[in-house]
Design a protein around this ligand. Structure first.
Ligand code: PMP
Length: 361
């Protein structure tokens, strides 16, 4: 038996154990074809079934209508910072961006690099990005409104999505897609690097509405156009086959073992509540995000005595709890409790935290 730890990594992150076991079991001989899924052609019927099933499951899980396409892209969520404005802002248009932390900052920067006009309509930078801006005035003529639904580094999350008055929402959902239910209708585009809630790194999911696809200009580089991927079922060139295969299995797990996103959300809320309740009652630890905006995926916290944090992280690892170091840009501690991290993992973390507090408090 492999010795496995409770994994609180921010991404790449924990995958469901049953999915890893399934991969292991069929790794050398995929469904009797005598080859690994990593060895077959992306034009083969074996891979066709994988990618079609992955698309179907994403559509079912998110309740997507016929007017949405599911695309599998390369380049991480970071390339979407460029592709979104390149494809969706016309020369005479401006796009609205809400700045809620480093990933929003990067999205804004990339749009500006390619000479697109963006307007930062709200920002939480004044308080170290520890909250989500409210009551934002959007421009009715904006090409779109861009938000980061969950801020992986600062531990904040949009509880509800802003009313943009009909302007299409575009969201970087890298760290909370499929973690809770939401109405997809106001979204023109959703994108997410897979390596948190969906699967391994190497594939990025984009969910794009038909009217957004219709905006894409012809004269863009082929590989940077959403329409290229939409026209070819994400297989204009060789897709990240293995990553898509693992994603398909994670989607199957989410549908068949968990029972869909509503069930997943209930488990996620229980996990987050357990940890937040503990943080709120303790004087030894403190959460860093405003209560009303805190994330159910990335729980960021500090120790009252910050000099103890290094010891905390090291002792946690020695006790089988990994990945608790905060992002290098902000320090502190962070427990990323994505879909695949279990209630049992969070219970183990809280017990360890209580024990650490007894010892050092
Ligand atoms: N957006 C968010 C919210 C993220 O958390 C991350 C990665 N941690 C990224 C974008 C960048 O993703 P990638 O590494 O896939 O480019």
């Amino acid at each position: 038996m492999a010795k496995r730890i409770f994994n609180f990594n921010a991404g790449p992150a924990a995958l469901p154990l049953s999915v890893l076991e399934e991969i292991q079991a069929e790794f050398l001989d995929y469904k009797g074809c005598g080859m690994s899924i990593t060895e077959v052609s992306h034009r083969s019927s074996w891979f066709d079934e994988v990618i079609n099933d992955a698309v179907l499951r994403v559509k079912r899980l998110l309740n997507l209508g016929e007017n949405y396409k599911v695309l599998f892209l390369h380049g991480g969520a970071s390339l979407q910072f460029t592709m979104v404005p390149l494809n969706l802002i016309a020369d005479d248009q401006v796009a609205d961006y809400v700045n809620t932390g480093s990933w929003s900052v990067k999205a804004i920067k990339e749009a500006e690099i390619i000479g697109k006009k963006v307007r930062v309509v709200a920002s939480s930078e004044d308080r170290d990005f520890n909250y989500i801006p409210k009551d934002i005035a959007f421009d009715a003529d904006a090409a779109y409104v861009h938000i980061t639904s969950n801020n992986t580094i600062r531990g904040t999350q949009w509880r509800s999505f802003p009313d943009t008055g009909g302007v299409p929402l575009v969201s970087d959902m890298s760290s909370d897609i499929m973690g809770r239910t939401f109405d997809v209708a106001p979204f023109g585009l959703i994108y997410a690097g897979a390596q948190k809630n969906l699967g391994p790194s190497g594939v990025t999911v984009a969910i794009i509405r038909q009217d957004m696809l219709e905006r894409v200009p012809d004269n863009l580089p082929t590989m940077l156009k959403y329409t290229t991927y939409a026209a070819k079922n994400s297989m204009f060139n060789t897709p990240p086959c293995f990553a898509i295969y693992v994603l398909q299995l994670v989607m199957k797990w989410l549908e068949e073992t968990i029972g869909g996103i509503a069930n997943m959300e209930e488990i996620n809320r229980k996990k987050a509540e357990l940890l937040y309740n503990y943080l709120d009652e303790s004087d030894f630890y403190r959460g860093t995000a405003e209560k009303e905006d805190r994330s159910i995926m990335n729980i960021t916290f500090r120790l009252a005595d910050e000099s103890l944090e290094e010891t905390f992280i090291a002792e946690a690892l020695a006790n089988g709890l990994g990945g608790l170091k905060g992002h290098r840009s902000v320090g502190g501690c962070r427990a990323s409790i994505y879909n695949a991290s279990s209630l049992e993992a969070v219970q183990a973390l809280v017990s360890f935290m209580a024990e650490f507090e007894r010892k050092h408090g």
